[in-house]
Design a protein around this ligand. Structure first.
Ligand code: HEM
Length: 136
C-alpha cells in the first residue's frame, strides 16, 4: 500500500513496443506506477485496507515474479538489497515489537493516525509518525 519507491527507477523502451494496446515508441521513458498497482481493485480485494492476513497461505511474494506486488521492483534493475532487506526487516521489526510496547504520541488511537503520504521519488508520511516506545 505504501511502496518505498512508488514509481521504481525509470526505464527506457529498447524498441517500439505494444503495451496493453498502447504504442510505446523506442527510446520512451517508462515509469511503473507501483503505488497504483498496489491499489488496483482488479488485482486486490479491498485494496485500501491494511490486511496483511490476505497473504496467509498465498504463493505471492515480493521477489519480482508477481507483478501485482513489486515493492522491490522487478527485472534487471530489481533492488539489489532485497536479500538483505528481506532478512533485516523481520529481525528489526521483531526486536522492536518484542522489546517494547508502542503508543502514539498525544494519545492518538491507531485508527485516527494520518496515513497520508507526501509525493516524491520515495514515499514519506505527510505527518511523520511519532511512536513512543514503552519498555516492557
Ligand atoms: C525495505 C527495504 C527496501 C526497499 C522497499 C527497496 C526498494 C527498492 C526499489 C523499488 C528499487 C528500484 C527497483 C526497480 O526499479 O526495479 C531499489 C533499487 C535499489 N536498491 Fe533497494 N530497497 C530496499 C532496501 C535496500 C537495501 C537494504 C539496499 C542495500 C543494502 C538497497 C539497494 C538498492 C540498490 C543499489 C538499488 C539500485 C539497483 C539498480 O539500479 O540496479 N535497497 N530498491
Amino acid at each position: 500500500m505504501h511502496p518505498a519507491v512508488p514509481l521504481l527507477l525509470p526505464r527506457r523502451a529498447g524498441s517500439d513496443t505494444d503495451l496493453c494496446g498502447f504504442n510505446v515508441p523506442e527510446g520512451s521513458q517508462v515509469l511503473v506506477n507501483v503505488w497504483a498497482i498496489g491499489r488496483d481493485p482488479s488485482i486486490w480485494e479491498n485494496p485500501n485496507s491494511f490486511m496483511p492476513e490476505r497473504f496467509l497461505g498465498s504463493e505471492i511474494d515480493v521477489k519480482g515474479r508477481d507483478f501485482g506486488l513489486i515493492p522491490f521492483g522487478a527485472g534487471r534493475r530489481i533492488c539489489s538489497g532485497l536479500p538483505l532487506a528481506n532478512r533485516m526487516l523481520y529481525l528489526m521489526l521483531g526486536s522492536l515489537i518484542n522489546s517494547f510496547d508502542w503508543k502514539l504520541e498525544g494519545g492518538i488511537s491507531p485508527k485516527e493516525m494520518n496515513m497520508e503520504e507526501k509525493f516524491g521519488l520515495t514515499v514519506q508520511m505527510a505527518e511523520p509518525l511519532q511512536a513512543v516506545p514503552v519498555v516492557i
